[in-house]
Design a protein around this ligand. Structure first.
Ligand SMILES: [Fe+2]
Ligand SMILES: [Fe+2]
Length: 304
């Protein structure tokens, strides 16, 4: 199992974010939308913390995602990952002025999910062939989310637009309104890419039906159709599908630890072998740079 809290954001910011999201969801499930007010000042402090930590490493170091092992954790870890990715993308795109609105929108993008009965069980399969009745309920979550935020004047129209539009797609294939292209706010397009990337990485980790590299390929193939191609290009330049320090399985059967991420080659980091295919411990510190031509045929097949 991989240790938690990897990536660039400090443990205390991350823990605070997870706690706030978890509490907010629990309160919403109990008391419903109008009675519960999102803790605006605390959430803004979290976004400032994410911005500060990401700014320290951006644009020279890649941001990586947080591995977790229980589908139950998805509900509060996923919004945090989406916020980190979205802030990294927005900073790389030069969107500094509205970073708090963007980060808040990303943290709260799925807040309406707490009002969808049974969503906690199916959330991590979001978008993955839900039964029609589940899909219909699930598809209400952007509008339910806006309902949670509507009463609160300090939450900006940009943040509300992100919550409302994060499942809209550039080609009109999204929901709830089937908006197209520039009718979808650019901040919503940023969070949409971060959202799908995060949820596909989770699925590739939990279900093992897709390799992390295939998630990157999917995002590239959907750029210009479902997703804003400029946002995808920026995202894949600054967000890695592998956390630094993660234990990964190679296509050779060997186990290795990710020691460094390679900018521009997000699926081909530098790794250090730890075990051979037969389980024998490797007694060397030698690193393998998967970006080098001689290792071209070696792929990372899973995060252990
Ligand atoms: Fe969503
Ligand atoms: Fe989401």
């Amino acid at each position: 199992m991989v240790a938690r809290g990897m990536g660039v954001v400090s443990e205390n910011v991350r823990d605070r974010a997870l706690g706030l999201i978890q509490d907010l969801s629990a309160q919403l499930r109990q008391a419903g939308a109008p009675a519960v007010e999102p803790p605006y000042d605390d959430l803004v402090e979290v976004v400032e913390g994410v911005r500060s930590d990401v700014s320290k490493v951006s644009p020279h170091v890649l941001v990586s995602w947080t591995v977790f092992d229980e589908p139950d954790e998805y509900e509060y870890v996923h919004p945090f990952d989406v916020a980190v990715f979205s802030v990294a993308i927005a900073l790389a795109m030069g969107e500094r002025a509205r970073i708090v609105d963007i980060g808040l929108g990303a943290l709260l993008h799925d807040v309406g999910m707490a009002l969808v009965p049974g969503a906690a069980d199916t959330a991590y399969r979001e978008g993955e062939g839900l039964a029609p009745e589940d899909a219909k309920e699930m598809h209400a979550h952007p509008e339910l989310g806006v309902r949670v935020l509507r009463q609160h004047p300090r939450i900006s129209a940009f943040t509300k637009a992100i919550v409302a539009q994060h499942h809209e797609r550039m080609d009109g294939s999204g929901y709830p309104r089937g908006l197209r292209g520039s009718d979808i706010h650019v901040y919503s397009r940023i969070v949409a890419c971060a959202d799908v990337y995060s949820s596909m990485l989770v699925r590739s980790h939990l279900d093992r039906h897709m390799m992390p590299g295939e998630v990157v390929e999917y995002m590239m193939s959907a750029a210009g159709f479902e997703f804003d191609k400029d946002v995808v290009r920026v995202m894949l330049g600054c967000v890695s599908p592998f956390p630094e320090g993660a234990l990964v399985r190679l296509s050779t059967g060997e186990l290795a630890v990710v020691t460094r991420l390679s900018r521009g080659m997000v699926t081909r980091p530098v790794v250090r072998l730890t075990r051979e295919e037969n389980g024998t411990l490797v007694e060397t510190d030698a690193e393998i740079d998967l970006a080098r031509p001689e290792h071209q045929t070696t792929l990372i097949t899973a995060i252990e």
